[in-house]
Write a protein of this length. Structure first.
Length: 418
């Protein structure tokens, strides 16, 4: 038997309805903030992610699904959304329109990493990217969107923020990090030893117990900010205070991708067991230029939807969503089955899910099936019902019955909708 690939998931009927509810809640909230959807290709040039995500990131070094196509071009299945959005903004000249430009996406992404709870090799993300606004008010507005999404889903989350500086003040911080980790480089893992000269900031994000131990006492980004970055951070706090959003400054947050600068943030859920990041993002003011576009500041976040779904289940916040038909029409004979089909189509025009026998079951088997699929009402059609134009509608929960006029679809719809 051929089975699904390791690190992938099937979202089955009964689960997909909960996903649809979650996604619709997210999209409706994004629309309230003025965001429009952008849809992206599943694969891009590998160069896009090498330049956009960063050569020193784990994503580029270890996790990308890359291959050569028939023209021997290096192609990569998208590992994240931001680089593709930036490419699209540049390629389609979206920067010439009104600013700021708020965009959102719902996508699947691909990373070759160890599968675990809430982490798979094909995973699903909701993300937002806003371009053209450099003020801390934009940072606060993006964070507020994420906060409101979790609030509407019914999830309790905590917000952690940090600033990792900009291109002007980060070199000084990088030197301090390099000097600190150089003193213990014999203890670092091979990956972090390679990062030491290329990008020591990435060592702070290492999951190795030894590297994490040394990272705990490493110099903090907030102690090396230039006056402009420090002022940006303080103004962001003022906006968050105004919004009534509680936060903690966590100097260890650096995020996993190289394009971030200044504001970085994470939303944490404790419903999955230990503290787990279910949404993370930040500011990336130089990324558009890095990929060949104009100077265009940007900020956004990505939300791991599998983890959000796990948190919703753990917190008991998933609504009961039924796809059971309002009516099952049992039939005896070919003429009755044809009439059942006709009635089911007519009821759909009133927004009513009505099911009928498509298999040729006996009447007894049809009624068992109606009960199994959870139909709220049932009706039996045979030659006598067709001749009289009347039938008996039965409430499957309490057994209460009433006579209906087969031809009066509107009246039947009113009963089913009551």
């Amino acid at each position: 038997m051929i089975q699904k690939q390791r690190g992938t998931i099937d979202i089955l009927p009964g689960e997909s309805e909960a996903w649809q509810w979650m996604e619709e809640t997210i999209k409706e909230t994004a629309a309230l903030y003025g965001y429009s959807e952008i849809r992206l290709p599943t694969f891009e040039s590998s160069e896009l992610y090498k330049r956009g995500v960063g050569e020193t990131s784990d994503v580029v070094q270890k996790e990308m699904y890359s291959f050569e196509d028939n023209d021997r071009r290096s192609i990569t299945l998208r590992p994240e959304g931001t680089a593709g959005v930036v490419r699209s903004v540049i390629e389609n000249s979206l920067a010439t329109g009104a600013m700021p430009l708020p965009l959102y996406y719902l996508i699947s992404c691909f990373r070759y990493e160890k599968p675990e709870a809430g982490r798979s090799r094909e995973f699903y993300q909701f993300g937002v990217e806003q371009f053209g606004a450099q003020n801390p008010a934009a940072d606060a507005n993006v964070i507020s969107l994420g906060y409101d999404i979790f609030k509407k889903l019914g999830l309790e989350v905590s917000l952690e923020i940090n600033s990792i500086g900009c291109r002007h003040c980060r070199p000084k911080y990088h030197k301090a990090l390099h000097d600190y980790f150089d003193a213990c480089k014999d203890e670092l893992c091979d990956t972090c030893l390679d990062r030491l000269d290329k990008n020591p900031l990435r060592i702070l994000d290492c999951k190795s117990p030894i590297c994490s131990k040394y990272a705990a006492d490493a110099p903090k980004t907030v102690d090396y900010l230039c006056p402009e970055c420090a002022a940006h951070m303080e103004e962001l706090k003022l906006y968050l205070d105004t919004a009534g959003i509680k936060y903690t400054v966590n100097p260890k947050i650096v995020r996993g991708l190289d394009y971030y600068q200044r504001t970085v943030f994470e939303f944490i859920s404790e419903d999955i067991g230990s503290k787990s990041t279910i949404c993370g993002g930040g500011r990336y003011d130089g990324l558009v230029e890095e990929l060949g576009g104009p100077h265009l500041p940007g900020i956004g976040f990505a939300m791991g939807l599998t983890r959000v779904m796990l948190a919703l289940k753990a917190a008991g916040k998933l609504p009961e969503i039924s796809t059971a038909p309002a009516l099952y029409i049992a039939s005896m004979g070919d003429k009755a089955r044809l009439k059942s089909f006709e009635i089911s189509l007519a009821l759909k025009k009133f927004g009513i899910n009505a099911s009928f026998d498509q298999v040729g079951r006996s009447l007894k088997a049809q009624m068992k099936y109606a009960d199994k699929i959870g139909a709220r009402y049932s009706v039996v059609l045979g030659d006598s019902e067709l001749e009289a134009g009347k039938a008996t509608l039965k409430n499957m929960a309490d057994g209460e019955s009433r006579e209906i006029d087969i031809a009066d679809i509107q009246a039947l719809a009113e009963v089913l909708n009551a």
